[in-house]
Design a protein around this ligand. Structure first.
Ligand SMILES: *Cc1c(COP(=O)(O)O)cnc(C)c1O
Length: 351
């Protein structure tokens, strides 16, 4: 797929990942909870993967809870905590430009009695720390704001959100599906209590992700999937050894340099009258581009028949303007001239 420029929606798995997964699909398919030798080997492989992933964000291996992806991790963070507060309910602070899996989870929690504040970004797609500070209430139980936006590529000031949460003794969760491996993350330095990540955004397999939970074993989270005690009792189900090993291999071999796609894209986009959105604080591989006219859109799409999205992949199949684009002040008409072009991601050097 050499016309594929939708890497924010999903990436292919790398050769390293494929190779790492193979033996756990074939030679040793034992259940990691089995007491025999093959089971222990599978368990060891999972523990090694857990250590590597934990290390990447400055966490302990016991604080990594494997899930089916970032959607499930986000659901576990929000519902898992909310279910602990079912008696008195409480207040949650999030933003209006979260991924749909956060927004729809929040809508559900509102329907059962929780209060949710949805903070709006500025025209560049940034959520301000001041707005978070102002939204804090006595009964706020959670602040959940993503790290990098999936449509705009905007980097949010999560250390500032974490500091506010810490100061008020509120838990801070961040959806890091678009930043994990791309940006430096340290859960202690950034006062992060929970963090969601996904395999298929980092050249890992689809169907695997994780939730980092500070002191997972003593956490207050209520599991969404009760089962055989796997993942510190927070997520039941037989551990998918190949997927977990694949996720770790993706972290280990995450690229540090752009592919030639980036230069090709920069050369191509120059030929069109357009503007990049969220331009102040963005990752280099996610571009939200608004063309100045329908004519320019047509010229672009006919010259470059790329596989890209309008808004995000989740909005692409419906005909409504993306909630992110409307939140930064775009009209439907302007949103229709806006495309997300996302290049192969790599580790960015922020310092
Ligand atoms: C892709 C994505 C998700 C969903 O991740 P899955 O692993 O596909 O469930 C959640 N949040 C953000 C910001 C994403 O980009």
């Amino acid at each position: 797929m050499n016309n594929y420029f939708d890497y924010a929606a999903s990436t292919p798995i790398s050769q390293h990942v494929l190779e790492a997964m193979k033996p756990w699909e074939t030679d040793n398919f034992a259940n990691a909870s089995s007491a025999h030798q093959a089971g222990r080997a599978s368990y060891q492989a999972i523990q090694q993967a857990r250590e590597l992933i934990a290390d990447k964000i400055g966490a302990l291996p016991s604080e990594i809870i494997f899930t089916s992806g970032a959607s499930e991790a986000n659901n576990l963070a929000l519902k898992g905590l909310a279910f602990k507060h079912l008696d008195k309910k409480g207040h949650i602070i999030t933003s209006s430009i979260e991924h749909k899996c956060i927004l729809n989870t929040c809508a559900f929690l509102e329907s059962i009695g929780f209060d949710v504040t949805y903070l709006d970004p500025d025209s560049q797609g940034r959520i301000s720390a001041e707005s978070v500070q102002e939204a804090v209430r006595k009964n706020t139980v959670l602040i959940s704001i993503h790290h990098v936006n999936n449509e705009l590529g905007t980097i949010q000031p999560i250390e500032a959100f974490g500091a506010i949460a810490f100061e008020h003794n509120i838990l801070f969760h961040t959806d890091a599906a678009q930043s994990f491996c791309k940006c430096d993350i340290d859960v202690d330095d950034m006062d992060i209590d929970m963090l969601s990540l996904s395999g298929h955004k980092i050249y890992g397999p689809k169907g695997i992700g994780a939730l980092y939970v500070r002191n997972a074993r003593d956490s207050e989270l209520v599991p969404l999937i009760h089962g055989g005690g796997q993942e510190a009792g927070l997520r039941g189900g037989t551990s998918p050894t190949p997927l977990i090993v694949g996720l770790a291999a993706a972290v280990e071999h995450y690229p540090t340099e752009p592919t030639p796609d980036e230069q090709n894209f920069l050369a191509a986009i120059k030929q069109f009258a357009c503007e990049r959105n969220g331009s102040a604080y963005v990752v280099p591989t996610t571009w939200s581009v608004t063309f100045t006219s329908d004519h320019e859109v047509k010229r672009f799409t006919s010259n470059y028949p790329w596989l890209i999205s309008q808004g995000s992949a989740c909005n692409a199949l419906s005909n409504v303007a993306s909630h992110v684009l409307t939140a930064i002040g775009m009209t439907e008409e302007v949103a229709r001239r806006t495309y997300r072009i996302s290049l192969p991601p790599y580790r960015i050097n922020e310092k």
